[in-house]
Design a protein around this ligand. Structure first.
Ligand code: GP9
Length: 433
């Protein structure tokens, strides 16, 4: 109805206005004109970042990168049943995924205002790379809709390093970079890895860790696969540096979703301690997000909660491209005020809302009950890692539910072209008829 449409418009505009305010910050456009390389890493969780097992670092290359990047240590994947496709949609389009199914499959014909088309409209050459069947998750259709200039899929790669479902990530990065280096600049290239896909079988020659009691378990296989992907990332970064692209490029990376391992004794064996309920929840939901910038102005660890919805607004902000008139939900995470830890704890507290109705603002963490009744959920005190009074969560729950329902209305009813017709015509996203 017209009433619903105007409610959605008001809510979406409000979100745009809060990003517009952040655009007053000096960080807006601080890296204008830079290339962007964005890596979405398969099942790449946060719990093994910076960790060692049997004296071996699991992710030495990412750990090194963390030191020179803005690293978000409480970053949540916001995916649901659409798994990898949800991570892609949420991170690039800054809207919530569906409660069931996948936007890529069900609504690929709708209009969105995602990162690639926004960059394309701002003079960027945009490309996406994934060494699997182009039709999987309906990518061929969705990527055309997202206005990538090029989608490089399995058939364009030489399968010279078979691992798991397809090509190993080392060769995937190598062959992708051969193409990236030839692209017109500035470019935006999105790379989706695959070698650390469940059930994490990689060739014996690539299993470099000695894992003792975890050897031969699903967790052991997972860590071997992650260690291999970390080596592949290390090679990619090294080559970007050698070829002179590194200093003109924003290099960002995030994990897409959890690893589906449900045996908690394996996590406890790896981490060397028993895990409480909230710790388990955080392990399942947190993936790393890091942004390496051409200088070290914003390097450091950012501990306030954030999530995949914030990826596209963060990158647009750094490039000086306004997202205030785009139908996005997230907020830029790298601003001058965010880099002050004490302010991060006050003004910039944001609500990170997960698709299952869980949410956190860093102080409390709400876990909904299976029956969906608000009062049956649990409200955890994050600092104390213990369940507390429900009241502080119930007062935030309405905002979380509104975010989910507004996003659903935008996606399911294809409201974006209706709400943003003017700015989309101005930006060249849609033609006037
Ligand atoms: C396949 C890959 C895996 O192309 O994206 O998707 P997932 O099974 O992790 O959702």
């Amino acid at each position: 109805s017209a009433e619903t449409t105007s409610k959605v418009l008001a809510w979406t505009k409000e979100s745009g206005q809060s990003r517009a305010k952040q655009e007053q910050d000096l960080s807006f456009g601080a890296y204008k004109g830079s290339n962007v390389i964005l890596v979405q890493a398969e099942a790449f969780q946060n719990f093994m970042i910076g960790k060692s097992f049997n004296g071996q670092e699991i992710t030495p290359n990412v750990n090194k990168l963390v030191k020179s990047s803005a690293y978000f240590s409480s970053f949540f994947h916001q995916t649901a049943q659409g798994r990898t496709s949800d991570a892609d949609f949420v991170s690039n389009c800054s809207l919530q995924p569906l409660a069931s199914g996948s936007v890529f499959i069900q609504y690929a014909g709708n209009e969105f205002q995602c990162l690639p088309q926004t960059l394309h409209n701002n003079g960027y050459y945009t490309s996406v790379f994934h060494a699997y069947e182009g039709s999987f998750w309906n990518r061929n259709t969705m990527y055309a809709n997202m206005k990538y200039d090029a989608f490089v899929s399995k058939k364009q790669y030489e399968l010279d390093e078979p691992i798991g479902w397809s090509l190993g990530d080392k060769s995937f990065f190598r062959q992708s970079l051969d193409r990236i280096a030839e692209q017109p600049q500035p470019f935006h290239s999105f790379l989706i890895t695959l070698s650390s896909h469940h059930p994490y079988q990689i060739p014996a020659a690539d299993q470099k860790l000695s894992l003792g009691e975890l050897e031969g378990t699903m967790m052991g296989d997972y860590l071997q696969a992650i260690h291999y992907v970390d080596e592949a990332l290390g090679e990619l970064v090294e080559r970007l540096q050698k070829e002179g692209l590194w200093e003109h490029t924003i290099f960002a990376m995030y994990g897409d979703h959890d690893n589906s391992i449900s045996d908690w004794s394996l996590f406890e064996a790896f981490l060397g301690k028993p895990l409480k309920e909230l710790e388990r929840e955080q392990i399942v939901k947190q993936v790393p997000f890091l942004v390496h910038l051409p200088d070290d102005r914003y390097a450091g660890t950012y501990a306030s909660p954030s999530g995949q919805l914030d990826v596209a607004p963060t990158l647009l902000h750094l490039l000086g491209i306004s997202s205030s008139e785009l139908a996005m939900i997230g907020t830029p995470l790298i601003t001058d005020s965010m880099s002050q830890p004490q302010q991060q704890n006050q003004q910039n507290r944001k609500l990170v809302v997960l698709r299952n109705g869980a949410f956190t603002n860093g102080d409390v963490y709400y876990i909904p009950s299976a029956d969906g009744i608000a009062e049956h959920g649990k409200c955890w005190n994050v600092a104390e890692q213990s369940p507390g009074e429900l009241a502080p969560c119930l007062s935030l729950r309405a905002a979380a539910q509104t975010e989910l329902s507004m996003s659903d209305l935008l996606v399911i009813h294809n409201l974006i072209p209706e709400l943003y017709a003017e700015s989309m015509v101005r930006a060249g996203s849609i033609q006037m008829v």
